[in-house]
Design a binder for this molecule. Structure first.
Ligand SMILES: [Zn+2]
Length: 341
């Protein structure tokens, strides 16, 4: 391609990229990645014994919800255009085995029924883990005592499977195992099928790093481990090839959707997963990613809306079909405002 400088000398410029950036309509025409409310999942924290909404200090704009406000919350999500919610529970009591996770009248089981009664079409995804229900705060049951205790993988599988069946009985559409126990997808799939829940899908937290970005969630869900940390079962954030092995294993065990978390620190893995499997891929923009944007925006250092949308579009551009984000309802509203008439 050749052009003329003002002086008249010939100039070869390989790419005239600016031609397609000239107007709003041109940029809209050639946009490669578009966000849609249908791809967003709103996490909800359901608290036993709460009567209304309790704001979560470390996550501005997010609340712990009592059962009585779930119908209102379902209406808010529907009005925003968000059709999917991921549920976490805060039980009234905890014990060593986390029995509140699979109780027929457990807080999430009750929450599923309340949401279903309010909106029969809402897609309900239930987190499957024990850490919110165990007195020690770990994601499985312990073997051994005191500081020497370890999380017993295979003993935990049975309890995770029992939890998944209980949540499916209550009406969950999708079960989302997040404990990072080896074999959890296979155990849950077998238990669901055995119990007659062949229609219930599994969204596997396939590659879940032991990330410092989960900090605010532990306040939200009251799930900090009482001793030690989760690095013996969640993955080292330094490892990418291992993440691909975890994804392969969950696909082989029968996962319907695989998830990577946290999202922005793992965009390389989202892209690698996209190239590796044709299953739907989800990414979880976790509490710390959300709270960091909120805090910077509250200080006037970043534009909340612009940065939130840019982060979500980056996650989609990397290859995520589904984004779990605390911005879901708010972002859906922004997307509706931006939509052409
Ligand atoms: Zn857990």
């Amino acid at each position: 391609m050749s052009g003329k400088l003002a002086s008249g000398s010939a100039l070869r410029i390989a790419l005239r990229g600016r031609r397609l950036r000239r107007t709003v309509a041109l940029r809209g025409l050639v946009r490669e990645t578009r966000l849609h409310p249908a791809m967003l999942v709103q996490p909800l924290f359901i608290q036993a014994g709460a009567t209304g909404r309790e704001p979560i200090g470390a996550m501005p704009g997010q609340d712990r919800l009592g059962l009585a406000v779930l119908a209102e919350e379902a209406g808010r999500l529907r009005a925003a255009g968000v059709r999917s919610a991921l549920l976490f529970g805060l039980p009234s009591a905890k014990d060593a085995s986390g029995s509140g996770a699979w109780a027929a009248d457990g807080i999430v089981q009750e929450g599923i029924r309340a949401l279903r009664a309010a909106d029969r079409d809402l897609l309900i995804i239930a987190d499957v883990c024990l850490c919110e229900y165990t007195s020690h705060g770990h994601c499985g049951v312990l073997a051994g005592n005191g500081e020497d205790a370890i999380v017993d993988n295979d003993a935990s599988l049975e309890l995770l499977a029992r939890t998944a069946v209980s949540l499916a009985e209550a009406g969950a559409d999708i079960l989302a195992p997040s404990a990072m126990m080896d074999g959890q997808v296979a155990a849950i799939r077998a238990a669901l099928d055995e119990a007659g829940h062949g229609q219930a899908a599994i969204l596997a937290y396939a590659a879940k790093h032991a990330s410092a970005f989960y900090g605010p969630f532990r306040e939200a869900a009251d799930s900090a481990p009482a001793f030690g940390d989760r690095r013996s079962y969640q993955m080292d954030p330094a490892n990418g090839r291992e993440a691909l092995r975890e994804i392969d294993a969950d696909v082989a065990e029968g996962a319907d959707i695989i998830m990577i978390k946290p999202a922005l620190p793992s965009l390389d893995l989202v892209a690698a997963a996209r190239a590796r499997t044709d299953l739907p891929i989800a990414a979880y923009q976790v509490s710390g990613e959300y709270s960091a944007i909120c805090a910077a925006a509250a200080n006037g250092w970043l534009n909340r809306r612009a940065v939130a949308l840019e982060s979500l579009v980056a996650i989609a551009r990397a290859g995520a079909d589904i984004i779990v984000t605390y911005f879901a309802a708010e972002a859906a509203g922004w997307l509706r405002d931006e939509a052409p008439p």
